[in-house]
Ligand binder design. Structure first.
Ligand code: SF4
Length: 348
């Protein structure tokens, strides 16, 4: 995951339809690669460029796609880009300015750009703007009708709004969730904790399916460095908000990302324990380097680090009756999670 793949010319020729389409669209570091499906429904977003994409794993094509790792061959399926990737709306905007589909999920960013300045993210470099519902709805309709990817659910992701734009964002949460419920599509929301009383109850009453409340860095001194605005919210308030969310949405409907590779493993594991204790799932997100982020010089974690964090986290989450998420199997493509044939994991 962290070191990516090498793509042969033959595979590239087929993936790009002889250079007619790009290999991928660069957006977040964690979604900038190609989505692969390995045997046993293991979904992986594999990077193929950048200075840390240097894995010995080769993606090749001969009648079909396969991975070659030291001559060990693994068949692999490729999830294509959505067909709308280069299409424009009536105002001449690319639909991908408003929506993106990966595996079985659409993602919208009603706040384009971000009020926060997390150093491992490039989205805060975008010019901050609000995307009106009418544009989001048009893009959602296009994504739902896409012939390459049929989305089963929607994620409303960051950026985080300026305080004066919270009402705008809440109205988008409500309108989008209710609009999609008419089409039997569920909406999940990624948000930072907020103090407004009743926010969580309102989200639940609008029909929001689940929440992702991402602490990302556990160690407070490092959090001040890497995600200063989240550090200012405070770890205690994150935990209180997650606890309240679990009370309102229930176990399995709340999760929190921790990034592997930006703090000592022992600190990440303390974070896993504190969050699991609250009844929230954990999402382990390996740090992905990218030229566009402030932390471009930091190497991604090693395979050994990932194995250690995964195995120790599994013991902790089992102890508290929660899961290493996300529970939706195709959404695991950019996280450290594996379906294990249990009912914990599912296709949305
Ligand atoms: S809050 Fe989210 S979108 Fe904003 S900078 Fe941090 S990681 Fe990026």
């Amino acid at each position: 995951m962290c070191e990516g793949i090498i793509i042969t010319n033959e595979a590239k020729k087929h993936l790009t339809n002889n250079d007619a389409i790009p290999l991928s669209l660069f957006e977040y570091p964690t979604t900038s690669g190609i989505s692969l499906v390995l045997p046993d429904n293991i979904y992986v977003n594999a990077q193929f460029s950048g200075k840390y994409a240097r894995s010995p794993i080769i993606l090749d094509y001969k009648n079909d796609y396969f991975l070659n790792f030291n001559n060990e061959i693994t068949p692999v399926k490729i999830i294509p880009l959505p067909d709308y990737f280069n299409k424009k709306d009536t105002d001449g905007n690319l639909y991908t300015n408003f929506i993106m589909s990966h595996t079985d999920r659409m993602r919208i960013n009603p706040i384009w750009g971000c009020y926060f300045t997390c150093k491992y993210c490039d989205f805060n470099k975008e010019r901050y703007k609000k995307i009106p519902f009418v544009k989001l709805k048009e893009a959602i309709d296009v994504a739902l009708a896409d012939k390459n990817i049929q989305p089963k659910h929607l994620l409303i992701s960051g950026g985080t709004p300026k305080p004066e734009d919270r009402d705008f964002l809440d109205s988008i949460y409500e309108q989008v969730t209710k609009y999609l419920l008419q089409k039997n599509i569920t909406t999940d929301i990624m948000l930072a904790p907020r103090k407004e009383k009743d926010l969580l109850k309102k989200l639940k009453s609008w029909g929001v399916n689940s929440l992702s409340i991402n602490l990302e860095i556990y160690q407070e001194e490092l959090a001040k460095k890497f995600n200063p605005e989240k550090a200012k919210i405070s770890r205690e308030f994150y935990f209180q908000f997650i606890k309240d969310a679990v009370m309102i949405f229930g176990i399995s409907k709340v999760r929190s990302i921790l990034i592997i590779g930006l703090e000592p493993i022992s600190e990440t594991l303390k974070g896993v324990e504190e969050i699991a204790k609250l009844g929230s799932d954990i999402v382990l997100s390996p740090f992905m380097s990218s030229e566009n982020i402030a932390l471009a010089h930091i190497k991604p974690p090693t395979e050994q680090d990932l194995i250690e964090v995964y195995e120790k986290s599994k013991i902790i989450t089992d102890k508290y009756g929660v899961t290493i998420g996300p529970r939706c199997i195709p959404c695991q493509h950019n996280t450290l999670a594996f379906p294990n044939n249990s009912s914990e994991y599912f296709f949305s």
